[in-house]
Design a protein around this ligand. Structure first.
Ligand SMILES: NC(=O)c1ccc[n+]([C@@H]2O[C@H](COP(=O)([O-])OP(=O)(O)OC[C@H]3O[C@@H](n4cnc5c(N)ncnc54)[C@H](O)[C@@H]3O)[C@@H](O)[C@H]2O)c1
Length: 268
């Protein structure tokens, strides 16, 4: 069971087995590094970018980190990800459901494109639900009091000036997290989410059609907190808190990592 070993070593995730979806890049890559640094026994990266995922695992060391190809839109892929993790490492203590995609066009309501929205939902909402489903089943079966952390977004709590489908899908992630936290509480399984404001990653750079520096400048404008720029390590630290036993009595929380987001700012 997750728990006592982390207290003994002083490392916050000592002995735990974690899966990070979308761990080949951006926030998930950072989370993977932080989990290993905090003593996780094994972190399994699940992603569709095989080359990048393998690179991240090898740079960390394959005794601590491994890569499995998994498209979270495909139920059999998610099932296989969870089953093979259990077969090889015994159990799953932490599931970071982080993989996601952005909108590829403005997607204002007046120009709303259904097939694009279905694609965004297939990954961000349904794919995330599949990851929660199979991780939770494994935890229930093995009687592991695990922690599931989803990556939502500030756009999951506020109206967006554009990228309507993305905003809708992130509202769905928060709804999923809340329902799962209610349904899984009786098993001692905690489910929470983190909601970053915008930060520079390949996803946001593509969505804004801008380089990392410009993306940071744009998003800094809609954070009230000045003097600090949101980076992947800030998000990973919040995920670490929710994944670790330090948040032992926290469930159903959407933890905003947003420097106090300014609502109504027409950034996205
Ligand atoms: N970057 C931001 O500004 C920002 C803000 C709020 C929330 N988020 C969320 O953070 C999460 C991580 O995104 P990021 O910004 O690090 O972007 P990223 O593009 O660097 O990482 C996303 C990862 O998810 C993977 N992925 C995409 N579709 C997948 C699928 N079907 N199956 C498995 N893996 C898949 C990608 O290959 C990639 O490695 C996403 O859920 C995103 O919506 C990002």
């Amino acid at each position: 069971m997750a728990g006592s070993s982390s207290t003994l070593s002083g490392l916050r995730l000592a002995g735990k087995v974690a899966i990070v979806t979308g761990g080949a890049s951006g926030i998930g890559k950072e989370t993977t590094h932080v989990f290993v640094k905090e003593g996780a026994r094994m972190v399994v990266i699940a992603d569709i970018q095989d080359e990048l995922g393998i690179q991240v695992a090898e740079s960390i060391g394959t005794d601590k980190c491994t890569f499995i190809h998994c498209d979270i839109r495909i139920e059999d892929d998610v099932k296989n990800l969870v089953q093979s993790t259990i077969n090889t490492y015994g159990q799953i203590d932490i599931m970071h459901c982080n993989a996601g995609i952005g909108s590829t066009t403005d997607q204002t309501l007046l120009q709303f494109d259904v097939s694009q929205a279905n694609g965004v939902f297939a990954t961000n909402a349904i794919g995330t639900a599949l990851c929660v489903k199979y991780a939770a089943r494994a935890m229930v079966e093995a009687k592991v009091r695990g922690s599931i952390v989803c990556t939502a977004s500030t756009t999951g709590s506020y109206g967006a000036a554009r990228v309507t489908d993305y905003s809708m899908s992130k509202h769905a992630v928060i709804g999923l997290m809340r329902s799962a936290s209610v349904q899984l509480a009786k098993y001692g399984i905690r489910v929470n989410s983190v909601s970053p404001n915008g930060l520079a990653t390949p996803l946001s750079e593509k969505m804004l059609g801008a380089d990392a520096k410009t993306v940071e400048e744009v998003f800094s404008k809609n954070s009230m907190l000045k003097g600090v720029v949101l980076r992947t390590n800030n998000v990973a630290d919040a995920v670490l808190f929710l994944a670790s036993n330090e948040s032992d009595f926290v469930t159903g929380l959407d933890l905003r990592v947003d420097g106090n987001f300014v609502t109504g700012a027409e950034v996205i």
